[in-house]
Ligand binder design. Structure first.
Ligand SMILES: [Zn+2]
Length: 462
């Protein structure tokens, strides 16, 4: 059989269909409290959504759906939970095939083996507008590690590479994924935490350096200013999918430091645990490579959460094989131009690629006059959509010419004959309830005079 990244579309589809059926019917539908309730509420049977097409009909969900009142405890509903009768939660791995005979002869020891593989024991923290734990079982960590070994292939790294990470020591999925990837690939990885990377660079001849996307250029500049030896670095991994500006600034600083390393992005979408990477052959030009047998990746209309054919959409994913926190149709808050199945023009891999990703674009952190806050634009859109007192609307993210503060402007067009100021007051009140803040300004306009422009979506402009 062709290796994981060279399979034919037919082979990938067959594999994906089987994995979706197994994950939905055997794992998520019976054992996820959140999805059990949601499927019941939607009147759907597990079997009816256990295909890629069936899944695509499910409205996507995000942190706000799982934790509607902002309490992170709601995220526990995504964790697969086997009750007393459900201890035979299906898990992958050799340890679960072995006890076949013991299952009947010694149910107690069978239960112990199953629990060791299906009990969540490790947690990372995710979330954009709130922080919630993401649970992993031992088999989940194994899956993250195996995907990590593949990530190394995509990045063009091998066990001969020595990696130094300048990421802050935080319990994020990205930090965990890199650590398990190095473990699985057999590469030494030193991650002393943020500013201490300079010490690690003195200790080893690093060939790969990991820097955070939001401070990539600054991090390399600081290391260079401190005289940290980086002459052996041939790869700079940018953790968190850099913007074009962040990437350009990094390349400039690398040039200034006399380094000609290949810059490649590594990204874990929020809530997910597998790290996607850009292939070395493309030098970062062909998008993030995904794992078709371990996840389904899609884009949806950011305003409605429905399937879309539009150019830009919110990245939504379904995990295949995860048994702790298990995500179906998960809204990541990232926006991408497209998810393409076309063969990568640079490396010829056949895996789907996410192109033009803008991390967290739907939950930007705005430096409003009241302070810096993440603003969930999906929540803003859902307050404004489908109201009888609003005929049309736009949300504009702007910057004040007066003091440089970010602004969240809501433009409303009330229906003909409606009380415009009452609508403005009602919208402001509902936004405060749902999003936790008041817009900088509510502007009442007439239909046809609302702002237009290129933005995240048709109605959310930046
Ligand atoms: Zn490629």
């Amino acid at each position: 059989m062709a290796s994981w990244d060279r399979r034919s579309p037919q082979r990938l589809a067959a594999q994906r269909d089987a994995a979706v059926r197994k994950q939905v019917v055997d794992a998520v539908a019976p054992f996820s409290p959140f999805w059990r309730d949601r499927l019941t509420a939607l009147g759907r049977t597990p079997a009816s959504v256990a295909t890629p097409t069936g899944l695509a009909c499910l409205p996507a969900v995000g942190e706000r759906d799982v934790c509607p009142d902002g309490d992170p405890a709601g995220a526990a509903g995504l964790v697969l939970q086997a009750g007393a009768s459900g201890f035979a939660l299906p898990a992958a791995g050799p340890s679960l095939r072995r006890p076949g005979a013991r299952r009947l002869a010694a149910p107690g020891s069978y239960r112990a083996v199953v629990e060791a593989d299906t009990r969540p024991t490790s947690y990372v923290f995710a979330g954009r507008a709130l922080r919630f734990p993401v649970a992993s079982t031992r088999s989940d960590l194994d899956l993250v590690a195996r995907a990590g070994a593949r990530l190394w292939q995509v990045l063009g790294l091998s066990r001969a590479d020595v990696v130094v990470s300048a990421l802050p020591c935080e319990p994020t999925a990205l930090v965990q994924a890199l650590s398990l990837a190095a473990l699985a690939a057999g590469s030494p990885l030193l991650a002393p935490g943020g500013g201490r990377a300079a010490h690690a660079l003195v200790l080893v001849d690093a060939t790969a350096l990991v820097v955070p996307a939001d401070a990539a250029a600054q991090t390399v500049q600081d290391l260079d200013d401190r005289g940290a030896p980086m002459g052996s670095v041939t790869t700079v991994l940018v953790a968190g999918a850099p913007s074009d500006d962040e990437r350009a600034a990094l390349v400039e600083v690398l040039g200034g430091a006399g380094l000609s390393a290949t810059v490649l992005a590594v990204h874990v979408p929020d809530g997910h645990r597998l790290a996607w990477g850009e292939c070395r052959a493309s030098a970062g030009a062909s998008g993030l490579h995904t794992y078709p047998d371990l996840e389904l990746v899609d884009v949806v209309d950011p305003e409605t959460g429905q399937q879309t054919a539009a150019a830009d959409g919110e990245v939504v994913l379904t995990q295949l094989g995860m048994l702790g926190t298990a995500l179906l149709r998960w809204r990541t808050g990232d926006v991408a131009e497209a998810v393409t199945d076309a063969v990568c023009p640079a490396c010829s891999r056949t895996v789907p690629r996410v192109v033009g990703l803008r991390r967290g674009a739907l939950v930007p952190e705005l430096a409003l006059r009241g302070g810096a806050v993440p603003v969930d634009l999906r929540a803003v859109a859902s307050v404004l959509s489908g109201r009888s007192d609003v005929a049309d609307w736009r949300v504009v993210l702007g910057r004040s010419g007066r003091d440089g503060a970010d602004e969240l402007l809501v433009h409303l067009a009330p229906p003909a004959g409606a009380d415009a100021s009452a609508a403005a007051v009602a919208v402001a009140r509902d936004l405060r309830l749902a999003v936790g803040l008041l817009p900088t300004q509510v502007v009442v306009a007439e239909v046809g005079t609302l702002p237009i422009g290129s933005g995240l979506t048709r109605r959310i402009l930046d």
